[in-house]
Design a protein around this ligand. Structure first.
Ligand code: XUL
Ligand code: CO
Length: 437
């Protein structure tokens, strides 16, 4: 049964098209920098937002109808969501999906009941996947919504709750592997604290690491070959979250010996909440060999929280794609962890949101190609560090000098010349010229 009646398969019609239900820039087959757009941009649908979120906010109830013709909270509804999701992915050309355990089925009090429901729904999803090229990008366990996780999951003070978290991770890994998922995510929603007065930070970090180690051991034992990901976020829901940003998460992974199995899933809105640009956290991940996947969304500079908007900012998408292309691509994909605004409550809005997001990243990719081919920015950065290619600079890079030798050079120098202009304004004008010229 067709759910999104009157919505056709979304096609590429080009920048001149005025059809709201067509791509203007995302042309899946177009070759950019030696690869098809669809290969550069493995997009994914976030089960929770697209099939679940219906506009509820702190001040008001649902505006959108996401019952998809079934009674909410039932397995019939869980299956209707699968039907809707697969129709949506087929019509938009999105090839991957991401899920939390409780996005797939209603949660029961007894985990054995929830797990049986997960078995049933994953059979149903597998059946749906047959004959399509739709795949699972990553799975995860929701260890933040249920009241039992009020003090965290891995970081909880309750060993019983810790067992429950372990059980959910184990099952979510089973389902991820069953659906052929490429990755498994840990977003530490409540792994953090409200006040140090009641918190043993070291104890909690050690317990989180232990839980992750057990997840790796279990995952590998059932044949999971993909990457585990930490998704950093500095705050919300907790005042302070342990996976603050990419650099913090990388330090944690290295300290606890998890860095061989984990990469990062960088979310744009989380990076900006941490006081960074999106591209900053991508760069930090990439230079550490840990750029795994992306949660593609954007925040709002006027609001201080995680608004999870669909990507619209082409400059940011351009900077993102420069980082991704330079890093040689992602092992994961671009998951639209984004939701329609509350007044955008129709089925058309769902499709138009994905069209916006996919077109924004297509523009980002096309712009990144132009900037790379133009070459002036790369050339500038290369020349900026030219003093390290010869003489004492070269010795510094090769670690063949000492503080005493450098100090002796400085002694004979008088005042060094200024290091040369950073030329930010010129480089920004190059970006504008390349993008709009
Ligand atoms: C919350 C968030 C999560 C993770 C998965 O801010 O981004 O949805 O992506 O748990
Ligand atoms: Co996310």
């Amino acid at each position: 049964m067709e759910i999104f009646k009157n919505i056709p398969t979304i096609k590429y019609e080009g920048p001149e098209s005025k059809n709201p239900l067509a791509f203007k820039f995302y042309d899946s087959e177009k070759v950019v920098l030696g690869k098809k757009m669809s290969e550069h941009l493995p997009f994914a649908m976030a089960w929770w937002h697209n099939l679940g979120a219906a506009g509820t906010d702190m001040f008001g109830r649902d505006t959108a109808d996401k019952s998809f013709g079934a009674q909410k909270g039932t397995m019939e509804h869980a299956k209707a969501k699968v039907d809707a999701g697969f129709e949506f992915m087929k019509k938009t050309g999105v090839k991957y999906f991401c899920f939390h355990d409780v996005d797939l089925v209603p949660e029961a009090d007894d985990i054995k009941v929830t797990n049986a429901r997960l078995d049933e729904i994953s059979d149903y999803i597998l059946e749906k996947m047959k004959g399509t090229d739709i795949k699972c990008l990553w799975g995860t366990a929701n260890m933040f919504s249920n009241p039992r996780f009020m003090n965290g999951a891995g970081s909880t003070n309750s060993a019983d709750v810790y067992c429950f978290a372990a059980a959910q991770i184990k099952k979510a890994l089973d389902v991820t592997v069953k659906l052929g998922g490429k990755g498994y995510v840990f977003w530490g929603g409540r792994e953090g604290y409200e006040t140090l007065l009641n918190t043993d930070v070291k104890f909690e970090l050690e317990n989180i690491a232990t839980l992750m180690h057990m997840a790796v051991d279990y995952g590998r034992s059932i044949g999971f070959k993909g990457d585990f990901y930490i998704e950093p976020k500095p705050k919300e829901p907790m005042k302070h979250q342990y996976d603050f940003d990419a650099a913090t998460a990388i330090g944690f992974l290295r300290q606890y010996g998890l860095d061989k199995d984990f990469k990062l899933n960088i979310e744009a809105n989380h990076a900006t909440l941490a006081g960074h640009t999106f591209e900053h956290d991508l760069r930090i991940s990439a230079i550490n060999g840990m750029l795994g996947s992306i949660d593609a969304n954007q925040g709002d500079y006027l609001l201080g929280w995680d608004t999870d908007e669909f990507p619209f900012d082409v400059y940011t998408a351009t900077m993102c794609m420069l980082e991704v292309v330079r890093a040689g691509g992602l092992t994961g994909g671009f998951n639209f962890d984004a939701k329609n605004r509350r007044p955008s409550y129709t089925y058309e809005d769902m499709f138009e949101a994905y069209i916006l997001g996919m077109d924004t990243f297509a523009l980002g990719l096309l712009n990144a190609e132009k900037l790379i081919k133009d070459g002036r920015i790369d050339q500038f950065v290369k020349e900026k560090y030219a003093s390290y290619s010869t003489g004492i600079g070269k010795k510094i890079r090769e670690k063949k000098t000492t503080l005493a030798e450098l100090a002796a050079i400085a002694d004979d120098m008088g005042a060094p010349e200024l290091p040369g202009s950073g030329k930010q304004e010129y480089l920004e004008s190059v970006v504008n010229q390349v993008l709009f010229g």
